[in-house]
Write a protein that binds this ligand. Sequence first.
Ligand code: MN
Length: 265
Amino acid sequence: MTATIPTMPAPPPVVALFISDLHLQATHPRTTQAFLDFLQGQATRAQQLYLLGDLFEYWAGDDDLETPYNRQIAEAIRQVSDAGVQVFWIAGNRDFLVGDTFALAAGLTLLPDPSVINVAGRRIALAHGDAQCTDDLAYMQFRQQVRQPQWQQQFLALPLAQRKPIIAGVRKESQEEQRHKSMEIMDVNGAAVNALFDKTATNILIHGHTHRPARHKSGNDDTARIRYVLPDWEYDVRTQRGGWIAIDADGAIRRFGFDGQELID
Ligand code: MN
């Protein structure tokens, strides 16, 4: 007689992965390595990978692909894509100057902000999140200016060596300003989030930008709206941060922390 050995059912495969706000830069080698490990591990086993903005600390234009660090990141993403994973990109406020040349080099598809996707039977809105921070009037004004094609054309026409110090100046200025802004001003605005749910006819939203990872649920169960916020990544400090969201083939949406452990809401 053979004993029946109970076996755990295999977990459903991961269909889609979502990450944002890695702020990749050569001076943060552990964060960079965590991203490269994530690409070779988790991402290569998924069907789709969504990069939801601020992958880079800044992007000065696709001609900056000549920088070895940027080339290395693009090629690492390209390997995932070559392995058969569909890779998608929504720009953040730091890397909105990414264009078709980068997309081709990284083997990814650029998506508008916001976008709606259908994954594992779920209809989901995706955004970076900065467009919903409507309480920050100064930023919204800046955003409106720099997202105009004409502004971008003029800026990208400057030599790369001129663009970089301009971007550094803007980053420094924004860091100064943020010290004087309240935590509420730098979070998403509730009405702007509801407007996004209305406009996209969805009840699930995944975004980043605010660096406040969470699962926010509002409304009754039958009409509930759920907003998932992705974490930023920082492995070059003592208290590390990072993580991702996964959607399984059965439609389950799960959050994971910097160490790969699932976060239970
Ligand atoms: Mn951002």
